[in-house]
Design a protein around this ligand. Structure first.
Ligand code: NAG
Ligand code: NAG
Length: 450
């Protein structure tokens, strides 16, 4: 009797077990998954449009390559669509509403990013998709995207870049497949802000999302566009590039106050060498794009001014060398440089030029006087007594000395003139240099502040 009841109970239990197999395995078996079509869109009627919903969280900016104009982003990507050919009643399967199944069972939309230039090979592969009772299949995966981004480097390193990622299907037109963003801009931005990891070089400013359709070769394709706006952290460029460049320019301007031209030349060449190293670094960083960065223009102008000031110094040195031969500065140069230029450049001793010209006319007078004396001396030579003769001889000697003195003085004057010309030209170069650098500085700061 007891044996019979036990037997009965076992049979009953077995029956119950059979009716309510709550394993995923049971569900999978009954879904007959291997019979699902893999090649065609999973729609019950071919005219049905398959709708794919996308979501997006920006995790980090891995790299922004300025030379290649490529941005590498790491995103957490989610998409779902409905497979109309598979569904189940969760009540019949112990309330199972969701299963995870290998991706190989399903048809997948051929997702493609317009701007992508490299295929994603480094992201981990997530092989399982989730399937819900109504046939909604969801796929959530990390995505590493290398995409092109048109960089505007005019305000580098204070630039803000906007890169877009356009998700679309490569094959299906808008009549077959529609892509829609699940979340709007503010939600995507909020989610991304929560997880965004920055290496310190880029700050996330904004993300905008857009549902759109693109016409392409007579067909329209449904797309979802994510636009990421990021801002560069400029500190490292300020420390490594801008501050040294500005200091070198200031140093070069200061070197204009070294009075010995040869020493100044050596100094300036060294500064130019240092500056060209900076230019090399900058050149390595910046792409050869058509929109030149302001910083590049600034460096170019500074370099040009440095070299021009070197040429100016060589010129001044050459003029100074002219003072070695005792010729006077030619009158037109004297008037141009010593009279007008010196006045314009606020030389304190503008009178100096007049003094020089006075001396210049004066140094002919003693000569005529001396020849007059000599003539007179010859006339009365015979009649004079010995003392007078002696006195006259003395006078002659004195006159000779005077003559030599005035000659050397005029030589000295000529030297001083050349010296002044060199000084005036040197100051002209300094002032031009200063004006150019200040102008470029102002333009640069204006461009950055805009
Ligand atoms: C599963 O699919 C096969 C082939 O398509 C079919 O013969 C079989 O009846 C299906 N089974 C169920 C339970 O639908
Ligand atoms: C895109 O379309 C979907 C569905 O109509 C909508 O929920 C979503 O808000 C839209 N997104 C944007 C950014 O317009």
């Amino acid at each position: 009797m007891s044996l019979f009841t036990i037997l009965f109970a076992v049979i009953l239990l077995g029956n119950i077990n059979c009716e309510t197999d709550c394993s995923f395995n049971n569900l999978e078996k009954s879904l007959n998954l291997s019979s699902l079509p893999l090649d065609e869109r999973p729609v019950s009627n071919w005219k049905n449009v398959c709708t794919v919903y996308l979501d997006f969280i920006l995790y980090t900016i891995v790299e922004l390559d300025m030379n290649q104009q490529a941005i590498t982003t790491y995103i957490w990507f989610y998409m779902n669509w409905r497979n109309e050919l598979v569904s189940w009643d969760s009540n019949k399967f112990c309330g199972i509403t969701k299963v995870f199944l290998p991706s190989s069972y399903f048809w997948k939309p051929d997702l493609y990013v317009y701007e992508m230039t490299e295929s994603d090979s480094k992201a981990p592969l997530i092989l399982y998709y989730s399937l819900e009772t109504d046939g909604t299949i969801a796929n959530s995966m990390p995505f590493r995207i290398v995409s092109t981004c048109n960089l505007d480097l005019y305000r580098f390193p204070f630039d803000i870049q906007t890169c877009s990622m356009t998700f679309r299907s490569y094959l299906y037109t808008v009549k077959e497949l529609v892509m829609l963003a699940m979340a709007d801009s503010s939600k995507v931005l909020k989610n991304s802000r929560e997880v965004f990891v920055s290496k310190g070089d880029w700050d996330l400013l904004d993300i905008t999302v857009r549902n759109d359709t693109y016409g392409f070769l007579d067909d329209a394709y449904s797309v979802v566009v994510y636009e990421i706006t990021i801002k560069r952290a400029p500190v490292i460029y300020i420390i490594n590039l801008i501050v040294p460049a500005v200091f070198l320019v200031i140093l070069d301007i200061c070197s204009m106050f070294i009075q010995a031209y040869e020493e100044r030349l050596v100094f300036k060449i060294n500064v130019v060498l240092g500056f060209s190293v900076l230019l090399l670094i900058l050149n390595n960083m910046l792409p050869t794009s058509d929109s030149l960065p302001m910083l590049g223009i600034f460096c170019c102008v500074c370099m040009a001014m440095m070299i021009l000031s070197i040429i100016g110094t060589i010129f001044s040195d050459y003029i100074l060398d002219q003072s070695a031969n005792p010729e006077h500065v030619s009158p037109w140069l004297k008037i141009l440089v010593l009279k007008y230029m010196a006045r314009v450049l606020c030389f304190r001793r503008t009178l100096y030029s007049e003094e020089i010209t006075k001396n210049g006319t004066m140094d002919k007078e003693p000569k005529t006087k001396a020849t007059g004396e000599v003539q007179m001396r010859k006339d009365v030579q015979e009649k004079d007594s010995l003392e007078v003769k002696l006195l006259k001889r003395l006078l002659l000697e004195i006159l000779k000395i005077h003559e030599r003195l005035t000659l050397s003085r005029s030589e000295e004057n000529a030297k001083a003139e050349w010296f002044m010309v060199a000084k005036v030209i040197d100051r002209l170069i300094l002032i031009l240099y200063l004006l150019t650098v200040i102008t470029v500085f102002i333009i640069l700061i204006y461009a950055w502040a805009k």
